[in-house]
Design a protein around this ligand. Structure first.
Ligand code: FAD
Ligand code: NAD
Length: 469
């Protein structure tokens, strides 16, 4: 330690970096974390998971009150009005409390926050602001930023990215969302519920790439029923902003006649890319792969000894909980323990209404994988319409689907569309982590009446014996 200022220096204080720093400190390592943002917590807490969920929750309640759902339950709420300023206020409050919470945890764990942009000056040295520090281990957790759409400049007023879409000061008349992925559907839903007409332009012929095929089809049906409009297999080729409005030029993805769409706000959300600009990776002897990500091995080590990387900046799903688990594992590996993340069991949730969640293989992936070894899959499905709690709560949309290996019965994937799918998927992830069979789930007693009983019934359906359908 003689020459080093720190045992561990983490670059970036998002869910990957701050968790890595806390775990390293817990393990007795002298730890610092460099962060250039004015608050800790990264994309997730500042402009991602947390503020988007604050608006999703509030807009859902607004729609329930204003759209007549509460009235159907016998709750008369007349004169319901949107106070957008207050809605933004509670969003900012959630962000402030949670980012402040990380600052408290840093102090509690004696983690030094090096404020400023970090850049490598060597394999074990980093400059942050005016200070250069040496660390025995450096963890790159610099996260990701919005992928720009060539020819379409984000001004955060008429053409916005996800950060701008969280901060709109009035409900747009017509919002065009470019990209029918997770952000497009979540933030498109927020502004639709608050009164905007929302059109989603998606390059592919379906929404939500990476999700189970049947889930993607059903989700599209549900969103259409809710009034979202979709232009699938369509690409945006240009945008002109004039007089506070945008005119987008679109054409069929396969080529064809161009047409224009007018919008008050355009949300560009076509994916995110790894943050490595300004890190001076070359000074550390590191390079990026063709996708701009830092490659790592199973232990999160880069090609340079003592330098590690986790979270959105490395290949894999760009999810906060994946980054957090990698943060714990990398700190444990640095401390000579065995830090492992099972990347086959990372749940994914879209926080729309209903929520959409999945873990493990899609039906398409499972079929393909097993067919290579002559194997087959069994699929069990159960509709939420037949689940007593969902029915009682007037939440009929969606289903649970359990995919298992036909021979061993081991569960390979679980996909859910349900009001509380994001909470339900945890039991599926845990079952898969323990190597459960569909029979294990089917014979586990589930409390009644709960949405989770639909998972048990879908598991029973794998054996062809559900009770309630
Ligand atoms: P980040 O959270 O991006 O943090 C990296 C940090 O590093 C940043 O604070 C950045 O300022 C800092 N940094 C970068 N370079 C430097 C440097 N050179 N020096 C100093 N500091 C630097 N995921 C979910 O799982 N659930 C969700 O509900 C969800 N919702 C989302 C909603 C939106 C609108 C967005 C945009 C993302 C959402 N995500 C969600 C994705 C999630 O935010 C990311 O996967 C997660 O934040 C990645 O964590 P990370 O630690 O790798 O990086
Ligand atoms: P995404 O990858 O989910 O979706 C992007 C969509 O844009 C895709 O459907 C893609 O086909 C489409 N697209 C790409 N280029 C296009 C073009 N030129 N024209 C039209 N469509 C185009 O990306 P995102 O929605 O921007 O989200 C970024 C990341 O943030 C995701 O990886 C996601 O994991 C993460 N995130 C997660 C959550 C969550 O977990 N609930 C919420 C928000 C964001």
């Amino acid at each position: 330690m003689a020459d080093f200022d720190f045992d561990v220096l983490v670059i970036g204080a998002g869910p990957g970096g701050y968790v890595a720093a806390i775990r390293a400190a817990q393990l007795g390592l002298k730890t610092a974390c460099a962060e250039s943002r004015a608050t800790l917590g990264g994309t997730c807490l500042n402009v991602g998971c947390i503020p988007s969920k604050a608006l999703l929750h509030a807009s859902e309640l607004f729609e329930e009150a204003a759209g007549g759902k509460l009235a159907k339950l016998g709750i008369k709420a007349s004169g319901v009005e949107l106070d957008l300023e207050a809605m933004h206020g509670q969003r900012l409050d959630a962000v402030k409390q949670l980012t402040g919470g990380i600052e408290y945890l840093f102090k509690k764990n004696k983690i030094e926050w090096l404020k400023g942009q970090a850049a490598f000056t060597g394999k074990d040295s980093v400059k942050v602001g005016d200070r250069t520090v040496r660390a025995k281990n450096i963890v790159i957790a610099t996260g990701s930023s919005v992928t720009p759409l060539p020819g379409i400049a984000v001004d955060q007023k008429v053409i916005v990215d996800s950060t701008g879409a969280l901060e709109l000061l009035k409900v747009p008349g017509h919002m065009v969302v470019v990209g029918g992925g997770v952000i497009g559907l979540e933030l498109g839903s927020v502004w639709k519920r608050l009164g905007a007409q929302v059109t989603v332009v998606e390059f592919l012929d379906q929404l939500l790439p990476g999700f189970d095929g049947e889930v993607r089809k059903e989700a599209a049906k549900i969103f259409k029923k809710q009034g979202l409009e979709f232009r699938l297999s369509t690409k945006v080729t240009g945008a002109k902003v004039e007089g506070g409005k945008a005119t987008l030029t679109v054409e069929p993805a396969a080529g064809g006649a161009a047409e224009t769409i007018e919008a008050d706000v355009v949300l560009v959300c076509i994916g995110r890319r790894a943050n490595t600009d300004g890190l001076a990776l070359d000074k550390a002897g590191l390079t990026t792969n063709p996708r701009g990500q830092i490659e790592i091995d199973h232990e999160f080590a880069t090609s340079v000894p003592g330098i590690w990387a986790i979270g959105d900046v490395v290949p894999g799903p760009m999810l906060a909980h994946k980054a957090e688990d990698e943060g714990i594992a990398v700190a444990e590996n640095i401390a000579d323990l065995t830090g492992i993340v099972n990347h086959d069991v990372i749940p994914s949730v879209v926080y729309t209404s209903p929520e959409i969640a999945g873990v493990g293989l899609t039906e398409e992936q499972a079929k393909e994988r097993l067919s290579k070894s002559g194997g087959e899959i069994k699929v069990g499905k159960f509709p939420m319409l037949a689940n007593s709690r969902a029915k009682t709560n007037h939440e009929p949309d969606g289903f649970v689907k359990v995919i298992a290996d036909a021979k061993s019965d081991r569960v390979l994937g679980v996909w859910i569309i349900a009001s509380v799918a994001g909470t339900m998927i945890a039991q599926a992830a845990q079952a898969m982590e323990f190597g459960a069979t569909s029979e294990d789930i089917a014979y586990t007693c589930h409390a009644h009446p709960t949405h989770s009983e639909a998972i048990k019934e879908a598991a029973m359906a794998v054996q062809g014996k559900p009770i309630h359908i």
